[in-house]
Design a protein around this ligand. Structure first.
Ligand SMILES: Cc1ncc(COP(=O)(O)O)c(C=O)c1O
Length: 367
């Protein structure tokens, strides 16, 4: 048997008829490509799902982060706290804004260690970017408490956590702004690049809708500031509206697979599993099923020989890339994690047999 890490053709084929239908409408019936009704429909559906009044469709998750910092007025002289254990775009947005990144360590669930966050706050701190990694929301109660005490903006990087919840609140509904990515490997992806920002603030919504469109308020014929062309196009928006309808079953499948992995792997010596699907306060969507072992590199080779696909998202932590100028940070847990973690196959079309095959292989390896 061969178990790929993800299987996009299989995942997409389940929605083929619906997607063909919307593409036919956008391309051949209406030729509606930029800033049209499909975008508005998607933004409304996404805002409603997230539980906030506003969503702004943008070109990708990296631009969403860049614009989030810009619209909050963050710039030179400001510090922004985030983690090194994330995709580089999170940290890049701080540098692109002209601000200074302050990197803190992560806890054993791979999300920001809130004690480290507290120690990193200084008089220059303006914002915290919390990353809800692998489909799990960070401990937002403590983050919100600290942000309120020190008057800091919270930006949620929700790129990996659509549908995930903490204490009943959805990822994307707990910060001043939240950014999302619809890169094809995400919990829901589009057919190329795509992203969105969510917010409860009508002024931020207005400014971001102008910012992604070269700073223009088209209705008033006014250019408000220097902006960018970072619009989510109509085709991607139409595809995402279809995927949004299927999000509940996609998340349910991912959680079911995570439960099967948890059940099958929990007694193996030397293997650390992610938190299980049933856990007080958290509702995880398993963008990735990340396991941890000191025998990681040996295990990757073994699984590879068994035709089981795995992913090591960041073999080297962001702050260890010399060209980025962040090597002065020392983050012991982040550094250990980058040597010890790998993600197992995880996508909603994975069959029980495939999951069983992966569990059998891991069981043989650890015994
Ligand atoms: C945590 C995180 N932040 C930001 C991004 C950037 O999103 P995009 O690839 O859509 O620019 C990603 C996507 O890979 C991500 O995983």
């Amino acid at each position: 048997m061969k178990v790929p890490f993800v299987d996009l053709p299989r995942q997409i084929s389940g929605y083929e008829q619906e997607i063909r239908g919307v593409l036919e409408g956008v391309i051949f019936q209406r030729a509606d490509f930029i800033m049209r009704q499909d975008l508005i429909d998607f933004e409304n559906a996404f805002a409603e799902f997230t539980g906030v009044p506003h969503a702004i469709g943008v070109a990708n998750g990296s631009d969403a982060l860049n614009m989030a910092l810009k619209v909050l007025g963050i710039g030179p002289g400001d510090e922004v706290i985030t983690v090194s254990h994330t995709f580089v775009a999170t940290v890049a947005s701080i540098v692109h804004a002209g601000a200074t990144p302050v990197l803190v360590d992560v806890a054993d669930d791979y999300n920001m260690d809130v004690d480290c966050l507290e120690r990193a706050i200084s008089r220059k701190t303006k914002a915290i970017i919390v990353v809800h990694l692998n489909g799990r929301v960070c401990r937002m109660d403590r983050v919100q408490e600290l942000a309120a005490k020190h008057r800091l903006f919270i930006i949620e990087d929700s790129a990996q956590a659509i549908g995930a919840m903490f204490n009943g609140k959805k990822s994307g509904s707990m910060g001043a702004l939240s950014t999302n990515s619809f890169y094809p490997f995400k919990v829901i992806g589009c057919f190329g690049d795509g992203g969105a920002i969510t917010t409860s603030d009508p002024e931020l919504n207005y400014r971001l809708k102008c910012m992604r469109d070269n700073g223009q308020d088209r209705a008033k014929g006014e250019i408000l500031f220097w902006g960018w062309n970072s619009r989510l196009d109509n085709l991607q928006a139409a595809v995402l509206t279809v995927m949004m309808k299927h999000l509940p079953e996609i998340v349910a499948n991912r959680r079911k697979i995570a439960a099967t992995y948890h059940h099958g792997l929990s007694s193996l010596p030397g293997l650390v599993l992610p938190p299980p699907p049933v856990e007080e306060g958290h509702y995880d969507v398993y963008q990735n099923y990340v396991i941890r072992t000191q025998r990681r590199d040996e295990l990757v080779k073994y699984l590879n020989d068994k035709q089981i696909g795995t992913l090591i998202s960041w073999p080297k932590p962001t702050h260890h890339h010399r060209a980025l100028g962040l090597t002065h940070f020392s983050l012991p847990n982040t550094e250990a994690i980058s040597r010890e973690v790998l993600s197992l196959p995880m996508h909603p079309a994975l069959s029980e047999d495939e999951v069983g095959y992966v569990i059998d292989a891991l069981t043989k390896f650890f015994h």
